[in-house]
Design a protein around this ligand. Structure first.
Ligand SMILES: Cc1cc2nc3c(=O)[nH]c(=O)nc-3n(C[C@H](O)[C@H](O)[C@H](O)COP(=O)(O)O)c2cc1C
Length: 246
């Protein structure tokens, strides 16, 4: 199989929710995970674990939990409404694609569950007084960055799947029913799941990925000052001040 370029992969690895039931070889799954573990983690702790679920009954159970959790997600989506950058048609397609997965998660030949073991800071008394005094702040910091030690690995999985012509996406709805997921997978108390990724050969096609443009989401030096360079431009364009900041 010809290797896809990195940028081609990044630009076309869209969320593919309709997957064929054809099996995916263990060798390919191992290569995907070998790419996943090249990702960074805080303090290089590598406190991750990946559960590869192929057993039909296990997939059925996880699928049922995803279905249940998605009822909550769908109520949230209804209340939140369409993001301004999406057209009505795009939003309808997005909702329909998401809803398809509610009923079909368990049918993907592989369900991959990236997990992290808890990594609490050292006990308060082991710290110097200056840090002990701000221990709660340190706990909040740890909570804030926790996911950043697994989601880079998730993105590597998405790109590695793309390289092998496999469809996948990151889903998180199941976390709303985390205890049930942990019971099905037999996870230790201090291990949590961060994503549920169906993997399989796709029914639909890859990319291209539509996104809000760089200029709309990037500022130069401070909030509100437009980043002006076109993608691919070699010299940075002069920054202009946005008239309507935001
Ligand atoms: C943190 C996070 C959680 C997500 N959870 C779900 C989910 O539970 N179910 C789902 O179908 N898609 C989920 N997605 C996928 C998004 O809907 C998808 O990335 C977005 O619509 C862009 O799709 P595209 O890459 O195909 O353009 C999630 C994405 C992220 C980043």
């Amino acid at each position: 199989m010809a290797e896809i370029g990195l940028f081609d992969a990044m630009y076309s690895a869209r969320s593919l929710r309709r997957l064929k039931p054809d099996p995916v070889s263990d060798a390919i799954i191992t290569k995907i995970l070998d790419a996943a573990i090249r990702a960074p983690s805080a303090g290089n702790a590598q406190h991750w674990a990946f559960i590869v679920v192929r057993d039909a009954e296990q997939r059925r159970k996880l699928g049922a939990i995803y279905r249940k959790a998605s009822d909550i997600a769908s109520a949230i989506y209804r209340a939140r409404g369409r993001p301004a950058h999406m057209t009505e048609a795009q939003y309808r397609r997005f909702l329909a694609s998401g809803a398809y997965l509610w009923d079909h998660m368990g049918e993907a030949p592989v369900l991959l569950v990236p997990c992290l073991r808890e990594r609490p800071p050292p006990p308060r008394e082991a710290l110097p007084p200056s840090v002990e005094a701000i221990y709660e702040q340190e706990l909040a910091y740890e909570r804030r960055i926790r996911g950043a030690s697994i989601y880079p690995a998730v993105q590597n999985i998405i790109l590695a799947c793309r390289a092998f012509g496999l469809g996948t996406l990151i889903t998180t709805n199941h976390i709303r029913c985390e205890d049930e997921v942990k019971a099905v997978l037999g996870l230790p108390e201090d291990v949590s799941t961060y994503a549920l990724m169906p993997i399989g050969y796709p029914v639909g096609k890859f990319g291209p990925l539509a996104r809000r443009p760089v200029q709309e989401v990037t500022y130069a030096d401070r909030w509100g000052t437009v980043w002006g360079a076109e993608p691919g431009a070699t010299a940075s364009a002069e920054a202009r001040t946005r008239t309507q900041a935001g």
